[in-house]
Design a protein around this ligand. Structure first.
Ligand code: PLP
Length: 368
């Protein structure tokens, strides 16, 4: 029986039925765009996070773009961000006309830190874009201090960190603004594309609420030149159901992660995820590292066990981004991560027998 890297399961049991029920009700509501479901979800998500507002948008990429614009970032500005991230983070900066300035991640947490960001700050820098990679929040206090002393903005890419905490605060509620993606496989996922801009800055929220809907403050009154990046009612209805289970889903991810930690410690040259201080990790991705990554991935594949690599080619070595002017060797930490990282199956509903199969196969690989 093949075990995929990721699969949607009915966890907690009954969730699928609740989602179907919510979809049916939203269909029956006959109001499909920017209706009561979206409004309710926005309120519930903001209140869950402890932020002032959440504005539903079309996807995580748009959330990043709209948050950047709302923070006043545009042509001629520089934004410091980690080179080890999903490509959307970089694209969003380019989309608003700013220059992405890439920084190495910390070699233990794989996240951007104030120490790594500071040397890249110039008079043109307008923001730091911190990505809470794999479900672990960046060390935000130091980043906030840096942003404050430099009078620049701090934006969170929280697309992998729904429900993750740092010093008791939720990812997405700490910086000047945050972008969330609700892509189906994220910890809080819709049944299609969806995203949100979260902020406690009234200007950012007001901007996002207009910009996502052609700049309208009222019907046919455009206060600014906006786009169409609306969250639709069906997705909002689904997200409302799943938000109620987010803590339970994350607890299950944390439990599964603990099993991997226990079973895989001291196995070959494996490096397991590093717990940063003051962080509650939500394991969007369970990343392990080994010098024998490709062989281990092939070994697992031969036994029907799916894995993934986040991310195989760092941003600065992607063909589309050569214009940024980097070359191999410029970011040794990110390049080492790309060469050695492997993500193991970890999703709510993964059974004990399935996880044991993964554990045994990994151990057997290192016993050869
Ligand atoms: C998923 C993701 C995004 C983009 O979200 P989409 O909804 O797919 O546009 C942005 N940043 C990170 C770190 C992500 O993981």
């Amino acid at each position: 029986m093949p075990l995929p890297y990721f699969q949607f399961r009915d966890f907690p049991v009954g969730l699928e039925a609740q989602v179907q029920q919510a979809v049916q009700e939203a269909v029956a509501g006959k109001q499909y765009v920017l209706g009561p479901q979206v409004q309710a979800f926005e309120q519930e998500f903001a209140s869950y996070l402890g932020a002032e507002t959440a504005i539903g948008v079309g996807n995580g990429y748009d959330a990043l773009v709209i948050a950047l614009k709302g923070l006043g970032i545009g042509a001629g500005d520089e934004v410091v961000l980690p080179v080890h991230t999903f490509i959307a983070t970089v694209n969003a900066v380019l989309q608003v006309g700013a220059r992405p300035v890439l920084a190495e991640p910390n070699k233990y947490t794989y996240n951007l830190t104030a120490e790594m960001a500071a040397p890249h700050i110039t008079p043109k820098t307008k923001a730091i874009l911190a990505v809470h990679l794999y479900g672990q929040v960046c060390q935000m206090e130091e980043l906030q201090q840096l942003a404050q002393t430099q009078s620049i903005k701090l934006l969170e890419d929280a697309a992998q960190a729904h429900g993750a905490k740092y010093k008791g605060r939720f990812a997405g509620s700490i910086g000047d603004a945050a972008a969330f993606s609700f892509y189906p496989t994220k910890n809080l996922g819709a049944l299609g594309d969806a995203g949100a801009v979260v902020s406690s800055d009234a200007y950012v929220s007001a901007f996002a609420a207009r910009y996502r809907n052609y700049g309208e403050s009222r019907k046919y009154n455009s206060e600014l030149v906006g786009v169409n990046s609306r969250l639709d009612e069906l997705q909002a209805a689904v997200l409302r159901v799943k938000l109620r289970h987010l803590d339970a889903l994350n607890l299950e991810r944390q439990r599964l992660a603990q099993v991997y930690f226990q079973e895989l410690q001291n196995t070959g040259d494996l490096i397991l995820p590093h717990m940063a201080p003051d962080c509650a990790h939500v394991y969007h991705i369970f990343n392990i590292r080994t010098q024998h990554r490709d062989a281990l991935q092939a070994w697992l594949q031969a036994q029907g066990i799916g894995t993934a690599i986040h991310y195989p080619v760092p941003v600065h070595l992607q063909p589309a981004y050569t214009f940024l002017g980097h070359k191999a060797g410029d970011f040794p930490v990110a390049e080492e991560l790309a060469r050695t990282s492997l993500s193991l199956p970890l999703f709510p509903g993964l059974t004990e027998a399935e996880q044991q199969r993964v554990v045994e196969a990994v151990k057997a690989f290192f016993r050869q």
